[in-house]
Design a protein around this ligand. Sequence first.
Ligand code: DGY
Length: 329
Amino acid sequence: MNKPSAKPHILVARKVFPEVLERLGGHFEVDHNQADVILGVAGLKARLADKVGVLTAATDPVTAEVIEAATSLKAVCNLAVGYNNIDLAACSQAGVMATNTPGVLDDTTADLAWALLMASARRLPAAERWLRKGDWRGWEFIQWLGTDVHHATLGILGMGRIGQAVARRALGFDMRVIYHNRSPLPPDQEAACGANWVDKESLLRESDFLVLLLPYSPATHHSIGAAELALMKPTAHLINVARGGIVGDAALIAALRERRLRGAGLDVFEGEPTVNPGFLELDNAVLTPHIGSSSRATRMAMAMRAADNLIAALSGQRPPDLLNPEVFR
Ligand code: DGY
């Protein structure tokens, strides 16, 4: 008969690199989900019944119901910097530590914001689709005209680490950079990325490219809706690499369709992975499937960071990225 393992039992809720399972296996008895079936509330409740820790992703709803059912649970370690999939209040109430992965994905996500910005400005996906279809009959002087990025005004809504990384990249394009945050950055940080704080209305009115980097919460739901879009220049481009729900997708589709906004680069959507079919008909929307942090090196760093958090949490140490310090005693 197999002796029950003395190691603490944990769950890794989504498919991860084998190296991560190997590392965790040195500390824990690991139940994994390499088949990558989305577990949902019911699946998480069933799989967490006997677990003290879990590695979750943004797709795993760690709701109050899940926390209440997982009576042995001590730590939820998210494989993401965003943690709107976790009911933090429910975790704190139950004494469950929650962590995220800040810092390790800033540059990779800023790179994707720029990829979408450039692709939208120069209409790359639509031009490429046209070429592949065999529609290119010859070079024309007035053909696939785009928008200049250099010397334009870059606006950033939400100026945390990723916003600052986006701003620093604009220095090479000689852009004017403005941002809006609840409070301005300290002057040395502003200087490092050459950005100036403005109120939200000025940000909307003056940006040629507006990059959204707010965390999602009920307070930021539809931060960009019909009223905000109406303030933007009809020549502007909107880039969202943060979370679906920050933008009202129906309002954005209407603005793009009616050319009240020139273009959009979107990595995240309301209700993803379902994408509002209105986007699919638009040639002035560049769409990617939530891949902001998806380079091999960064996803590995995120997973190892989440593993660090879990190992610390379950060995009595304070996890480096603890979101609810009040539960750590
Ligand atoms: C994050 O880290 O929040 C990314 O969006 C992955 O979910």
